[in-house]
Structures are given as C-alpha cells and as structure tokens.
Design a protein around this ligand. Structure first.
Ligand SMILES: [Zn+2]
Length: 725
C-alpha cells in the first residue's frame, strides 16, 4: 500500500515546519474572473429577504466593536449580495429519483458492487472498523489508523445507506447492521464516542480540537445516521447520533465549554440531525460553532498553550508531539499563530477570501449556507455569497476542483492554479458541489448549479476509476505519465467520500419548492415526488432532453428547467409547439395544470468550445482547454500519436464530437487536428536566441472526458493545450 496524500505529506513536513510555503492569500493582480460559468445578474431576482432570525441570536458574545465593524461589512456586502429565498429549496427524497442514464447509473452500480465492497474490506484490513469493537470491549487490540479513522467508517455507512435506498441489498444491509451494532456498543454512557480518544488519549477528550477531528468524526456520524434513517427507516444509528449530539450540546456552548471544530463538518451533520428530528438545539449548536471562529486569540492558540510541550502521539507512523502538529498547521511563521488553515483567522461573517485547507473551507461554507437557510440568517448568507464569488472568480480549476497546494491541501493566492502540481483533492471537488448545491437551495440561482455541475461531471468522478476500485487523492490537470490511481491511502478520505456521494447524486439532480419541481441537472431518470415525470436524454453527451409528465397535477404547479451557463442557446417545445418560457435566474419557468403525457422538449446547443483562462493563471497562458456541455476534456497520450507536449491548436480549430460506445465504457470523444512544434535540437542548451520555425503537421488528435483519464494505463495527459495566436 502506497501512501500518497496531503496528510501524509504533512507528516513528512512536520519537522521542517516554518520552511513551508507561505500560503497566505496575496493581493489579486486582476479583478477579472478566471472561471467562465459565472452568470450576469438576470434582473429577475425575487427580492425576498430571508426569514428573520428566530429565538436565538446567531452572534453570541459580540463586543460592541465587533458588532459595529460587522454592520459596516454587512451593509457593504448587501449591495452586492443576492438575496436568499424565503423558503430554501429542498432535495427530493433519495428514494423518489430513479436514475437510468449512461453516465451516472453505471457509476452508481459500480459503486454498489465494487467501491463500497473495496472500502469495506480496506476498513477491516486497516483496523478502522475493529477500533469500535475494541472501544466497546468486545475485542482485544490497539487503536489503528489516523485520529479521524472513525469518519471513514461513517462515510462508508452513509454510502451503504444511499445505495440501499436505490436498491435493497441484503449483504450490504447486514454489513451495515453489524458495524452499527459495534458503534452503538462503543458509545460511552454519557454519549461520547470517538475511538481514538477513548482508546489512546482519554485525558485529551475535547481538548485537542485543532487537529483531533472529534467534531469531524461526529459530523460524519450524524450524516451517516440521518442517511441510514432516511434510506432504511431504521433508528439504530440515529439513536447513537442523537445521544452523541445531546452530549456535545451539553458540553459546548455559551456558559459551558468553548469549542469549535478544527476540521469543519459537525455543522453539516447537526443541521441534518435537526432536519431529521426537529430538535432545534442541534441547529443552534451548529450556529454556535460557526460563530466561534475567528476569536483573538484563537481558541486553538489557547488550546496550544495548555498542551504539555513534551506530550507525544503516534501520527501516521511517526511519534511526534501534539504541539509539532499545531506548529505545522498554524505556526509556519513561528512569530505568530495563524489559523487561516482552519478558516479561523476572522469571524465567519467577516470573511471574504477562501483560504486554508480546501475541504475544511468547503464544509465550513456549506455549514454557513445551511444555517443561513434554516435560521434566515442574512449575515451568514452574505458572507457565503462573498466567499463564493472569491472562489469562482479567482481560485477554482476549470474542472470545478480547488486547492492547488499539497503543503496545506488547500488555497494559496489568487490565480495560483498550476496544472501538473494541482492538488485538487477529490474531497475538495465534492465539497465544491456540496456548497454550490446549498447556495442554489438558498437562491434558486442557476449560477450555483453551473458550478455544482462542473464539479460533479469533472473534478469529482476523476477521483475514481471506471472499475470503481482505484482512486486519485490529488487530481493533476497535466501528467508527464506517472500518475495512476491507487487502491488505498493511509488517509482514505477520498475513497470513502466517493463511496457516499456517488449513490446520493439524485439529491443534486432535482430540488423542490412549495410550488415547483426544479430540474438542476439533466439525467435520464424517473421522478415520483413533486411533479412525477420521466426524463429521457443522453446528457451530458447530447443536449436533447425530453421531459414527460407521468401524473396529472391537482393544481397549477411549476416546473423549472435550468439553462446551463455553458449553453449557447436553449429551445423549448411544449407538446410539440415551440414556446418561450420566462427565465428566472437561469431557470425556464413553466407553471400550469399538468396532464399525464404532457411533454417538454429542451434542446441545448452543445458545441465543442475552447476555453482560455484569465492571464493571471500563469500555467494556462497561451493555452486552451476543450469543453463540450458540462464536460471538460483531456488529451491522453494513448489516443494521440504525436507527443502531447508538442501539440499546438489553431485559434479556431475544426473539432467535432461523437459518441463512442466502446471507449471508456461509453463517452463522447472530441476529434480534430492540431499542429506540432518542431522536435527541436536543443541538445544540452537551456536557453537560446529565438528562431523562426515552421509548425509541422497537421496531426490528428483525440480528447476524452477528463473524468475518465488514467483508465487505460499510464501516459501523458493534458487539459490545457498550447494554442497558436
Ligand atoms: Zn480526501
């Protein structure tokens, strides 16, 4: 088993803390956006404000100065921010969406038959599942794995649950039940549950929040529990989660202990637990954790001061002090304690720059959006809106992935989006989709669906092989030929995240509001909730979509169809007649009494497009990327006789797309021609005076979807290709 992950890298670099890259954001060199899917303001916004805050202040312990500075920031932001919907969109129950398309259905099935099984086997082999039995006193042995090992078990359980909702599988269900019984047995009488701290560091329980991951594990427990409950109706894991959340609520909060997660996630889990149980304390606790961030001195710094400097731990095979871990995260500059890594540098309501560890950031912003929607908290919403704009105009890859640096597994500076060293952790692409989905729910604005779609069709599925049993942790956009997916990682967050998100895709495809079904992504499927209908399409390989109503509506009801930001045009026909529906924030709006058999046909223009990046992105200067519909393409050496490094695309090359059922389990490929730079006779020269050399060629080229690269052995790969002027 080979280790290849940022956390392991962190482990390697621990002892050279202070010599790492400076990951603080630097001032932008340009105000132009690098990401092309941001939409202009439609002018059709609803103008409705969020629900007024309810019976609990979301801004606890504010000083007057903080309130005043906050109000200045908020009023400035309000001028630029969108407004949240009064009633956020909700996802459809996972059981009410049946996916039957060429893109997702095979991946969901492979996830069920291969990925979940692979993850289960590895979680047994590496001791993650056994840790619960040991903590329960049911088995001898020692804790194995990283601090946050429990979270991977919870993520596997969540994946099992969504998969069971899609298709009952007795073996999968029995495996879940067995592990859940072990988890329940490991829970302490007071509700506490974290096998690392129970078995290794009981004295540090809730005292090492900066990197202990207790709250991270808790959040994944709550997410798994609510998924398991929704999918199976069983309360076995939900009861554990409730008891745990009650314990956390009794321990943390105003007048109790201060606390916040080093790795955000508990906020999302608490909101889901609130939605599943109606227990408002969980929502308030999520809001509390959000507003704890940004204290001076940081809660993590205070924690650091209390830690015995000599106290050691085992971390990924090394014995180091707890303080060394903190130093690596927060004291790269030893003269100051900088908590940007954990987005703890400012109160969240004042943040406007996406910083630090990318997955942490995405989970934080997702939590902010969740709480903003549930509590009608405009301040959180406006901060999330500012952060989203920062991400999508300066800090996101064309694939919807984020986080260029291995050093902090996260953000560096504006426009720093290198290709070969792109870290772009699979979990971070998932995080982008999660956050964008929540912003979409708050606004009904299709720009968020654009970002969500880009991450879901590109950055995310690239993280897993088409056979479902090997994985990328980091996802480069250029490879000299060595990158291959691995069977597992010492820190397996990405495989377990893939395993849980893949079977829950249905939750992203549709949304519902009081008066409409929203179609966010076009996926061949049948819907049995809201406005029951069937969608027929070969999307993303074709832009032709047919929606057929399968049950009459008892009243006038809305159907909102997203017009993707990438689409050059969209034609609609209703019962075979051309129609021009009004457009609201990127959604075509139909509102009528529906009869069984009513048909809407949507045709989206889906040409091959060349994208260029903002000049601030140094690696992409003079280069173009290929996009068709929502799919970003890559050239692989195996498809191209000419060396990829010598290819030069004409400014307006002739490129065409066609579906290849036998290539990569069925994809649309892009073919065309490019010119070749001369091989050159550089010998041992590093520099020389320029010379005029004619391009050679043309040569045939073929590109495949980026998300399917590295499925046919190793070889060069490039997303960004040199372009002639
Ligand atoms: Zn990961």
């Amino acid at each position: 088993m080979k280790t290849r992950c940022g956390a392991a890298n962190l482990g390697r670099s621990l002892l050279k803390a202070g010599r790492g890259q400076n990951c603080r954001p630097q001032k932008a060199t340009s105000s132009e956006g690098a990401f092309s899917t941001m939409r202009g303001s439609s002018g059709t916004r609803s103008g409705r404000r969020g629900r007024p805050p309810q019976d609990w202040s979301p801004v606890p312990q504010c000083s007057l100065r903080r309130i005043l500075s906050l109000s200045v920031i908020l009023s400035a932001a309000a001028l630029a921010a969108d407004t949240p919907r009064q009633h956020p969109l909700t996802s459809l129950p996972v059981t009410s969406v049946r996916i039957d398309d060429k893109f997702w259905a095979p991946r969901i099935e492979i996830n069920r038959t291969h990925t979940l099984e692979t993850v289960h086997r590895k979680l047994i082999e590496t001791g993650a599942i056994q840790n619960f039995a040991i903590a329960a006193g049911r088995a001898p042995g020692k804790f194995r794995g990283p601090f946050w090992s429990d979270s991977d078990v919870y993520k596997w359980l969540e994946g099992n649950s969504w998969s069971l909702a899609e298709r009952r599988d007795a073996q999968l269900e029995a495996a879940s039940d067995e592990v859940i019984a072990s988890i329940a047995a490991a829970q302490m009488p007071d509700g506490y549950l974290d096998t690392y701290f129970q078995l290794v560091e009981p004295e540090l329980r809730w005292k090492y929040l900066a990197f202990g991951h207790e709250m991270f594990c808790a959040g994944h427990m709550y997410e798994a529990a609510t998924a398991h409950f929704e999918a199976t109706g069983k309360r076995t894991l939900l009861n554990v989660a409730i008891k745990h959340a009650d314990h956390v609520d009794a321990y943390f909060g105003p007048g109790k202990h201060d606390g916040q997660p080093g790795h955000e996630e508990i906020e999302l889990g608490l909101v889901k637990l609130y939605r599943a149980t109606g227990e408002k304390r969980y929502l308030k606790l999520a809001a509390y954790f959000l507003d704890q961030r940004g204290q001076k001195p940081s809660l993590f710094e205070r924690e650091y001061e209390k830690l015995d400097p000599a106290r050691t731990t085992e971390f990924l095979g090394r014995t180091i002090t707890f303080r060394t871990l903190q130093d690596a995260l927060f004291r790269k500059d030893p003269s100051r304690f900088d908590t940007q890594y954990s987005q703890d540098h400012l109160p969240v309501r004042q943040q406007d720059k996406v910083v630090g560890h990318a997955v942490r950031a995405m989970y934080l912003y997702s939590g902010m959006a969740d709480v903003a929607g549930e509590m009608g908290d405009t301040g959180l919403f406006e901060a999330a809106t500012r952060l989203y704009r920062d991400l999508t105009t300066k800090r996101i890859y064309v694939t919807g992935g984020i986080g260029p640096s291995v050093e902090n597994e996260g953000f560096t500076r504006d426009y720093d989006l290198p290709n070969e060293t792109a870290y772009q952790e699979t979990c971070a692409s998932i995080g982008v989709a999660m956050w964008a989905d929540r912003m979409l729910a708050l606004t009904g604005d299709a720009q968020y669906a654009d970002t969500m779609e880009t991450a879901l069709y590109n950055g995310f599925p690239a993280g897993v092989s088409l056979d479902g049993d090997t994985f990328f942790y980091d996802n480069p956009l250029y490879s000299a030929g060595k990158a291959t997916r691995k069977t597992w990682f010492t820190v397996p967050c990405c495989p377990t995240n893939v395993a849980r998100i893949m079977p829950s895709i249905g939750k992203y495809i549709y949304s519902q509001s009081d008066d409409a079904l929203w179609v966010n992504l076009y996926v061949q499927s049948k819907v049995t909730a809201g406005l029951p209908l069937a969608v027929s399409t070969d999307y993303p390989w074709s832009g032709a979509v047919t929606l057929k109503i399968s049950q009459p509506s008892t009243r006038e009801y809305g159907l909102r169809l997203r017009i993707p930001g990438w689409a050059g045009g969209a034609d609609f026909r209703l019962n075979n007649q051309p129609v021009h529906p009004p457009i609201d924030k990127g959604y075509a709006v139909f509102h009528r009494s529906w009869a069984t058999g009513d048909v809407i046909q949507l045709n989206l223009s889906m040409p091959v497009e060349l994208l260029e990046a903002n000049p601030g992105v140094i690696d992409d200067r003079g280069r173009v990327a290929l996009r068709r519909g929502p799919v970003i393409y890559a050239l692989e050496q195996t498809d191209n006789r000419a060396d990829l490094d010598r290819l030069v695309l004409a400014r307006s090359p002739k490129l065409e797309a066609h579906y290849e059922p036998r290539v990569l389990k069925g994809v649309a490929v892009i073919t065309g021609q490019a010119m070749l730079k001369p091989a050159g006779s550089w010998h041992d020269q590093l520099y020389r005076t320029t010379r005029a050399e004619a391009l050679e060629g043309p040569v045939n080229i073929r590109a495949v979807p980026y998300c399917t690269w590295a499925n046919r052995g190793s070889g060069k790969m490039a997303v960004w290709i040199e372009s002639s002027k």
